[in-house]
Design a protein around this ligand. Structure first.
Ligand code: NAD
Length: 493
């Protein structure tokens, strides 16, 4: 799929409740296209009353539509149909995604849309592959466990991969028989509306999947507080995750799944099989989506004797990237989501330089004619281990370099006091690779690669303050079910 004219794309707006787009009387905010900063639609901020309407709709659908009780294979069939519709809709969905987010059209068409569809398919396949167990008890009793959906799940998504992140929440929750009220990010709110329309077209009963639009402070908060929301699943920053956890604790002690921030290391040993390939991998891991990826490999920890060689190669890879609007077909560097976020990246890099870091390349905005905010891929050496640039999630294309001589030193540098989302290790030594797999405190460890594959069975989620629970894998499906214990007296009277 190739370049398109952003002004020719019609954008669905508003909330989607009970299988219909609904008007809202509430205040609205402007939504801008990241690629050129132009306002292209207004976003209604759902009030607590709007959220109540959506949740009650979901609850009623959960109780009356038959969704949780239908034969699981029938639910699976509907979800598979939904996945097919999503995939077939790529000509509409991909431009919608690219228009309002940082996802380039080629990637939106070749990865985001099909990956979201395949994720839905993966969870459809789980719908009839779970159950409870018969529990050992004495002969006068019969004991069993039953797994049941929660009811209404509140899902809150970030802006960096709007369709994919939403699908990771929706698919397992719906496959398990729940109803969902989703609040997308206020920065990238519209593409999921098309997902919701297609769900109803596929046969998901109206009300089982609703979208409420709004910000975090009003709409997201109201969703977490709502007494009928039985569980909250969230992806976003660690700070927001902590606030949501507190809200859920204080309003119903509800369970949460939290997929949060990271500051992930990429460790390179001098014996890595192919330094050219390793450098290309390291560069891709911090420049994909302009570094606006939870698992971005933002800290290069490299064996001292290989440092110069790899730094040169990474700088060369950075230089090949072309910033440009997401609707052009030759751009290879995404915009930064907003001007304030770009200013934040500038600030943290400036601070690092003022504190003694050496700039190898980048360190400034990239010039384009488009009007959006673009930041040049940036490489910094001479960074202090406890400096902000090494400790804080930048969420931009900024890579720091630290060197080591011994394995222990590498492991110590890789450890982050708060984050533990992902890590990569590059070495030809199998024993060493496995020592690092054991030693790294991270929810995902990649060896001689960096980044996920299409293996949906691999769960994703963080250690420490990078999260609680998992997206993807069997774990995400099971997290949408709760267990009921049943004990029956069967003694003959
Ligand atoms: P964010 O925390 O600012 O916002 C995420 C969502 O939470 C938005 O929809 C927002 O409106 C909502 N929100 C904000 N305050 C809220 C509140 N008090 N109550 C309820 N909802 C609230 O994050 P972001 O800037 O959209 O996304 C970037 C962050 O997400 C990064 O930290 C990144 O690492 C993280 N992320 C993590 C994963 C993962 O799988 N671990 C994946 C993608 C992104």
């Amino acid at each position: 799929m190739s370049a398109f004219d952003p002004d020719k794309i019609s954008v669905p707006t508003g909330h989607y409740i009970g299988g219909r787009f609904t008007d809202s009387q509430s205040r609205s905010i402007d939504v801008a296209r990241p690629s050129d900063g132009r306002i292209y639609a207004g976003l209604p901020i759902a009030t607590p009353e709007d959220v109540d309407r959506a949740v009650e709709n979901a609850w009623t659908a959960f109780k009356t539509s038959g969704w949780p009780r239908m034969a699981p294979r029938d639910r699976a069939r509907i979800l598979r149909r939904w996945a097919d519709l999503v995939e077939d809709d790529v000509e509409r969905l991909a431009p919608l995604e690219a228009l309002g987010s940082t996802r380039p059209i080629r990637e939106a068409a070749s990865w985001d849309v099909p990956f979201a569809a395949e994720g839905i398919r993966f969870y459809a396949e789980h719908a009839d592959k779970h159950g409870g167990e018969v529990v050992a008890t004495d002969s006068d009793r019969f004991g069993l466990t039953i797994s049941e959906p929660y009811g209404v799940i509140g899902a809150i998504a970030p802006w960096n991969f709007p369709l994919v992140m939403a699908s990771w929440k929706l698919a397992p929750a719906l496959a398990a028989g729940n109803a969902v009220v989703l609040k997308p990010s206020e920065l990238t709110p519209f593409s999921v509306l098309r997902l919701a329309e297609l769900a109803v077209e596929a046969g998901v009963p109206p009300g089982i999947f609703n979208v409420v639009q709004g910000d975090g402070r009003v709409t997201g908060d109201a969703l977490c507080r709502h007494p009928r929301v039985a569980k909250v699943t969230f992806t976003g920053s660690t700070r927001t995750g902590a606030a949501i956890m507190a809200t859920c604790a204080n309003h119903g002690t509800k369970p949460v799944t939290l997929e949060l921030g990271g500051k992930s290391p990429q460790i390179v040993f001098a014996d890595a099989a192919d330094l050219d390939r390793t450098a290309a991998t390291v560069a891709r891991a911090i420049t994909g989506n302009a570094g606006q990826v939870c698992v971005a490999g933002s800290r290069l920890i490299v064996e001292e004797r290989a440092a110069n060689q790899i730094i040169d190669r990474i700088a060369a890879a950075f230089a090949t990237l072309r910033p440009g609007a997401t609707w052009t077909d030759d751009a290879t560097l995404s915009p930064i989501i907003s001007q304030p976020q770009c200013a934040r990246i500038e600030g943290i890099v400036e601070h690092a330089r003022a504190s003694g870091a050496t700039l190898v390349t980048g360190g400034e905005r990239a010039k384009t004619n488009s009007g959006g905010a673009f930041y040049r891929p940036t490489l910094l050496t001479g960074v202090a281990a406890d400096s902000a640039i090494v400790m804080e999630e930048v969420f931009g294309p900024v890579l720091t370099v630290q060197t080591f001589r011994e394995e222990d030193e590498a492991l110590a540098l890789a450890a982050h006091p708060a984050y533990g989302l992902a890590a990569g290790v590059h070495t030809a030594d199998l024993g060493r690779a496995l020592r690092f797999v054991r030693g790294l405190e991270a929810g995902t460890v990649w060896v001689n690669r960096y980044g996920r594959s299409n293996d949906f069975m691999m769960p994703t989620g963080g250690y420490k303050q990078s999260g609680i629970g998992k997206d993807l894998g069997r774990q995400a499906f099971e997290a949408n079910l709760r267990t009921k214990s049943v004990l029956i007296d069967i003694a003959a009277s």
